[in-house]
Design a protein around this ligand. Sequence first.
Ligand code: KG4
Ligand code: ZN
Length: 355
Amino acid sequence: MLILGIESSCDETAAAVVESGALVRSSVVASQTALHEEYAGVVPEIASRAHVEQILPVIREALAQAGVGLGMIDAIAVGNRPGLIGCLLVGVAAAKALSWSLNKPLIAVDHVAAHLYSGLLVEGDAPHHPHASRHSHVFPALGLVVSGGHTSLYHLESWTMSRRLGSTIDDAIGEAFDKAAAILGLSYPGGPNIDRLARSPGANEAFHAFPISRLSPDSLDFSFSGLKTAMLYATKGVPGERGAPAPPLTEDRKRDLAASFQHAAVKAIILKLSRAIAVTPGMRTLLTGGGVTANSHLRLKLAELASHHGLELSLPAMKFCVDNAAMVAGLGYHLHAAGKVASLDLQAVPTTGMA
Ligand code: KG4
Ligand code: ZN
């Protein structure tokens, strides 16, 4: 079964063709980063307009790269929530038009759930790829989504049955990375730049002891606003405080602050994940996804944690960490198999349905 996936929830216009929920025949992503860079964040109106311009060329390119015509597509999956409403509407309108004109099923996919699926995608066109067998042995699973908009933990019984265990009470981790990077004068999006500095020779993650938010002893929620403020004070000095101002921001200091920040941010994730593992025994898999799963230090720590607890780790390939449509098409396959087909009055919704 060939599914065309469409994704337009934030600042990436994406389309993909995925076979049988796993084999990625094509995945095209048109990033708008250059358009938003000067504002150090996504401007919703600029994003919506860029989606309108990009959506059809991106869909055409995804079909061309997969070597298929529209007539060969069996269903259309679209990320209809959560995201910026004007952005979501563009993808939803395109998906509805295709579904109606081709008379093929329309499948509504939650972007957060799609991130959790992204580690199960495989590239290449071998019909019986060894990884395909992983799909029948995923559940029960713990899910971790770490992105620019979300930081949440889930307990999943299937792709249609999940329960949220915790989420951020303020900033998302990717947002904290981006703000920390802006404080250090690094360009947007800052996460990859912090990661790069933290990996550079001589970087000292013990240079500054940033706070690691624990919240109450059994909380599975996250908080990153304190870490962000601590980064501001460590870099620029504490406002109103008498005494020595913050030392000049040399390249060495920048590198060490980046490494220390990353260390604290990752530690906060691992801490809550360890708590979640302790209160949900019997899990088979740790599903992870979202832009921050591209972080080299987090990837290392997730692998350590999963192996320590005997969990199968589903970690997305680097190209499927950030927003893409292959994850939408991939999860769409399982939703379709479960009978979850949407009607043409499908709405775009700003919030996630992953309660
Ligand atoms: O999943 P995504 O593309 O968009 C949302 O759904 O939010 O995630 C984007 C986020 C940005 O905040 C970006 O800085 C962060 O992922 N990110 C990283 C890395 N690569 C991307 N954060 C830390 N380290 C990275 N290597
Ligand atoms: Zn995302």
